[in-house]
Design a protein around this ligand. Structure first.
Ligand SMILES: C[S@@+](CC[C@H](N)C(=O)[O-])C[C@H]1O[C@@H](n2cnc3c(N)ncnc32)[C@H](O)[C@@H]1O
Length: 254
């Protein structure tokens, strides 16, 4: 199950069991994507009017559609999964979708004003190389805005786990292996889902090393209203689900 290509990328979303399970998760209006990640991602977005946008790991193309609604004149979505893109193409018009591995962006020749990536970067093995190629695709002053699973989530080699009381309330998160960067083979919907763990310093240094300035970080947590309505969300106050970074290309690539 956990076969990867030469770039270390796995196309798990084309696995039918995974695809069906993921679709079900995304149909839940109370998912952490809907309640935490999407509001945080769009809060980091600049005004997109008249800008060109590249979305890496675009999935169903939901964010691409929102970028268009927000005024982007050109939106290109890239995804490794044919199944995800077949939905994206059916549900969206006026957006170019490319079926490719975002770990190697050499197939893109155009430059963009903003590169987004929502919850796909933890699937990329070599973040330093990836950040460098994103910088090369951006116009000067362009933004790279991405979300990923929180580094505290990706850290444990045995997968994320919690210590709970007898009623199931989360007492604390079991953090292990934080400083052991690299591949994780996890169980999420199916066994053998490959992700990559990176510490905060690895992420930030990779970005600044290729000329990005970090404009904002975000670790969204549920609102009080969400916790009152859905008490299980209180555990995210111990450990957020997501990390988002907004970086600006501050100098031309050498
Ligand atoms: C959690 S989904 C997020 C989809 C979309 N960005 C969103 O937020 O709705 C992750 C997506 O990343 C894609 N993906 C994973 N690894 C990839 C890679 N190496 N290259 C391109 N896409 C990839 C998957 O196929 C999947 O569609």
């Amino acid at each position: 199950m956990d076969s990867v290509n030469d770039n270390g990328s796995q196309n798990i979303y084309d696995n039918q069991v995974f695809f069906d399970g993921y679709r079900k998760l995304r149909e839940n209006p109370d998912s952490s994507n809907v309640l935490e990640e999407k509001p945080a991602l769009f809060s980091l977005s600049p005004d997109l009017t008249g800008l060109s946008v590249l979305d890496l790991g675009c999935g169903y193309g939901e964010n691409c559609a929102e970028f268009k609604r927000r005024g982007a004149w050109k939106v290109v979505g890239v995804d490794i999964s044919e199944k995800m893109l077949s939905i994206a193409k059916t549900e969206n018009t006026g957006i170019e979708f490319i079926n490719a591995d975002m770990s190697d962006l050499s197939f893109i020749t155009a430059k963009f004003d903003v590169v987004f990536s929502s919850l796909a970067i933890h699937y990329v093995k070599d973040f330093a190389r990836f950040a460098k190629s994103v910088a090369a695709l951006l116009n000067p002053g362009g933004y790279f805005i991405f979300s990923q699973e929180h580094p505290l989530t990706t850290a444990p080699l045995a997968g994320a786990s919690w210590t709970r009381d007898v009623s199931g309330i989360a007492l604390h998160y079991n953090l292990t292996d934080y400083a052991r960067g690299g591949k994780r083979s996890t169980t999420w919907i199916v066994d053998g889902v490959v992700k990559y763990h990176r510490t905060f310093s690895e992420l930030i240094n990779a970005l600044t090393d290729c000329g990005f300035m970090i404009e904002k970080l975000s670790e969204p947590v549920p609102t009080e209203e969400t916790i009152l309505r859905l008490p299980a969300y209180a555990q995210d106050l111990h450990k957020p689900n997501f990390l988002l970074i907004k970086a600006i290309k501050s100098q031309p690539m050498s």
